[in-house]
Design a binder for this molecule. Structure first.
Ligand code: ZN
Length: 176
């Protein structure tokens, strides 16, 4: 799934909790990709420019990616690592553990939306992972369906917030 959609899915469940909480969940939803591919893009601004100009398209070829992208991808896309951090947060700061679900959702969404030929999701890393040969998220029909589902989810979230405001309930506070 593309990084923006990951962020939007991560944030939608927290939309009614106010902008600060929503933006934190949005960033946590995008973080697994930002901390792996994002680092690569930061160090290759020319690549982004060429892409925006339409001179290149698609993901960067595997041969052009430095080793740290693969290491970071394993770390950020492992449900094992995610669960360890979730358990730690649940023990010390429960409200952050709820937000951490946005990161976990990113990994779960990636498992069926990456083909095995390009960054299949290493969800059991550091243990051997039976990779899923999923559908590729760049397929136009998938992108359209995904954003339609997102639009529906946000309409529901907006209606939920509106209903809370109409009742006078304090729905836009922090996470408790
Ligand atoms: Zn990802």
């Amino acid at each position: 799934m593309d990084v923006l959609a990951h962020g939007l899915w991560g944030g939608v469940g927290f939309y009614a909790r106010g902008w600060k909480v929503f933006l934190t969940a949005l960033l946590l939803g995008m973080a697994p990709d930002l901390l792996s591919f994002g680092m690569f893009h930061l160090t290759r601004p020319g690549w982004i420019k060429l892409r925006l100009m339409g001179e290149i398209s698609g993901p960067p070829p595997l041969s052009t990616l430095p080793a740290y992208v693969f290491h970071a991808y394993n770390l950020t896309h492992s449900l094992v690592i995610w669960a360890l951090i979730f358990a730690l947060l649940w023990t010390v700061r429960r409200q952050m553990a709820w937000l951490w679900l946005a990161w976990g959702l990113h990994i779960l969404c990636d498992i069926p939306t990456h083909s095995s030929s390009y960054f299949p999701t290493p969800y059991l890393w550091p243990f051997p992972t039976p990779f899923v040969d999923g559908i590729s998220w760049v397929e136009p029909w998938f992108m359209a369906s995904n954003y339609l589902a997102l639009a529906t989810a946000y309409i529901v979230a907006l209606l939920w917030v509106g209903r809370g405001n109409a009742k006078g309930a304090p729905r836009r506070g922090g996470i408790r």
